[in-house]
Design a protein around this ligand. Sequence first.
Ligand code: GAL
Length: 420
Amino acid sequence: MSQIKLKFPENFLWGAATSAYQVEGGNKNNWSEWEKANAKRLTSETKKKWQKWQQEKFPEMFEEKNYISGRACDHYNRYEEDFDIAKQLGHNAHRFSIEWSRIEPEEGKFDEKEIEHYRKVLKALRARKIEPFVTLWHWTNPLWLKNGELNKKFPKYFSRYVKFVIEKLGDLNNFWITLNEPTSVIFSSYIQGAWPPQKRNPFKALCVYKNLAAAHNLTYSEIHRIAPQAKVGFSNIMIYIEPTHKWHLLEKLIVKISDYFSNRKFLKMTNGNNDFLAIQYYFHKKISFFGMNAEKNKNVSDLDWDISPEGIYPLLKSLKKYNLPIYITENGLADKEDKLRSAFIKEHLKWIHRAIAEKVDVRGYFYWSLLDNFEWDKGFWPRFGLVEINYETLERKIRPSAWEYKKIIEANGIIDESKS
Ligand code: GAL
């Protein structure tokens, strides 16, 4: 039985991602206030939201404290220890986010101590020869920013904060991600109405597209003005959407429209202002005449999300025309028992490799996430980490899949047994 090794390009970046609010602990922003106001409600909705097997497997979802981020993983104080783990796991890149509400706790007042903290974080990565990717906005807003991303001054405020950050940290970092997944916020906050500020209103959703695109475009120029060598992009969640019946014209039309609003519109609005494309892939949806249905394989994550590695391939192919380097800045699953994670990573990498073999310029892969963390409105129970966190003791425990991922990193490639 011959085994085929799928080699990745030289200097490929391998790592994992986190975001400030989900791992740092001690944040005070629009989400931390919202979680306090909503923890009771979220607890009471558990029964109707989650299936029986999930309720049984994760009884902590019935406790109010599950929905309060609190000290999270205390990564704010333990980043050195966490980066030691990343290093031990062979990572040569790491993505994290800067918390705007720490840097600018009051409008126009910037906190030197907090910027110093992130300087230390960047230096800690550099000392370990880990290439940082820094996200400047991973959905959380300072409390003084009324109406957050809906505020028409959002681009102005955001670029003022970014200017301060780049002036202070620009010498230590090359890759800047302005915004994380604009369309997730647009959809979950303004179409579904599930996330803060829970405003269900398509008109507002369009305003947020506009504000966030303007914010990206403005900061793109600002970052380059201060740090000409910097590489700037935004991370785009891409959903692979296809019709259930290939002959069904209406389904095909719905696919086109959904694909446009989910995957393409923001890219179009920022076209010309991206030095690289950052792609985040979690979902595959099949459209049926009756609405969006996730196609269920037999393998689903603890969140009951379908696992469809092949969907990343057509998405990557569709980006080739931009002629820009591509980084997969998130891809991962909730899998407490770590039964599916290593196959998940490997299968996705196979499809990514196929795209690379067909001349799509993918240069890096960041698993979501390095650590178990606070999963937004769902709280702590979904376990995405390569590293398990005991939230009582804050002890870190490396999951077996993290060692499997390390083998891939060390080989800079994978063995494709299915082709043998
Ligand atoms: C992404 C998001 C992350 C994380 C992940 C898992 O959409 O950027 O913060 O929550 O999903 O659901």
